[in-house]
Design a protein around this ligand. Structure first.
Ligand code: SAM
Length: 278
């Protein structure tokens, strides 16, 4: 593990970059301009995308499970999401800056997007992108469509039922695949990340994690925690970072970064994010 200190948008980040394949044009955390969508050297191909498709040890959900993923859960979480719009706004700002989304065309997918607040914030900031909010719970579709209609972006968004571990998208389809606060629920983190890798087009990027956006100002994080609008169950971000690193190694991905912002206040844990390029 190497630690890099880096400044982006005024906030100091501690980046933990797993020491896998760093010699192959992997993004240098100190470089002035971040790689953009579709740029950078390609990692060696070690398996075909279809070989990554199936891990038979994981039970796949091929159609909606209306008994376990119902309306009450979707309504409840929608209220949670709507109580803290600043998280999705700040994450969208970060992603638009990082991946230069404001003018370029592309297809973006959020895996486990819930009511779709992140996609809605992104759609407002990326006029050439088509965004898909996907979730295992189909009851999010209604509020997502209503919100998209209200914001005047329905024609640039869609909702798709999707289990992270068996995504209903063709291989090499998306330019950007995101996921926030959902990977901890997937039946297999490894299979979910493999599926995202498969669905990404060569050169496309993924950004997967949980917690607060890496550049969110600490006073905003503290305010959310004080009001108990975020925080969630305890978990070990370092252990998750190690798992992300191991998955990158198994996929022979050389362009990746594991981001863990270290706050001044130890109570304000920012979470962990994996960013990689196919
Ligand atoms: C805590 S919510 C996060 C929602 C949203 N990403 C956000 O940040 O507000 C977790 C979401 O993951 C979804 N989810 C759980 N298991 C999933 C799976 N196997 N595949 C796709 N989504 C899943 C849940 O239905 C829920 O919407």
């Amino acid at each position: 593990m190497n630690l890099f200190q880096r400044v982006r948008g005024g906030a100091t980040l501690l980046l933990t970059v797993a020491g896998v394949g760093l010699g192959h044009g992997c993004r240098n955390a100190n470089s002035a301009s971040p790689p953009r969508l579709g740029e950078g050297a390609r990692p060696p191909v070690v398996a075909t995308v279809d070989e990554h498709r199936q891990d038979t040890s994981v039970s796949m959900l091929q159609h909606p499970d209306y008994q376990h993923f119902g309306e009450a859960g979707a309504v409840r979480f929608n209220q949670v999401a709507k109580s803290r719009p600043i998280i999705y706004k700040r994450l969208a700002e970060y992603l638009v800056d990082r991946f230069d989304l404001s003018t370029r065309p592309g297809i973006g997918i959020d895996i486990g997007g819930g009511p779709g607040d992140l996609v809605l914030e992104l759609t407002a900031r990326s006029e050439q992108f088509y965004w898909i909010s996907s979730d295992i719970n189909t009851w999010y579709a209604r509020s997502f469509a209503e919100d998209a209609l209200k914001r005047g972006v329905l024609q640039r968004t869609g909702f798709v039922f999707a289990n992270a571990c068996d995504l209903p998208f063709k291989s090499s389809y998306a330019d950007l695949v995101l996921s926030r606060g959902a990977y901890q629920f997937w039946p297999s983190l490894e299979q979910g990340v493999k599926e995202i890798y498969r669905v990404l087009r060569p050169g496309g990027w993924a950004f997967i994690g949980r917690g607060f956006p890496p550049t969110m100002p600490e006073e905003e994080v503290r305010a959310l925690l004080e009001k108990k609008l975020a925080g969630g169950p305890t978990y070990d971000p370092a252990a998750d970072a190690d798992r992300f690193g191991a998955i990158m190694e198994s996929l022979a991905v050389s362009h990746f970064e594991i981001i863990r912002h270290q706050s001044q206040d130890p109570a304000a844990r920012y979470g962990v994010w994996l960013c990689f390029q196919r």
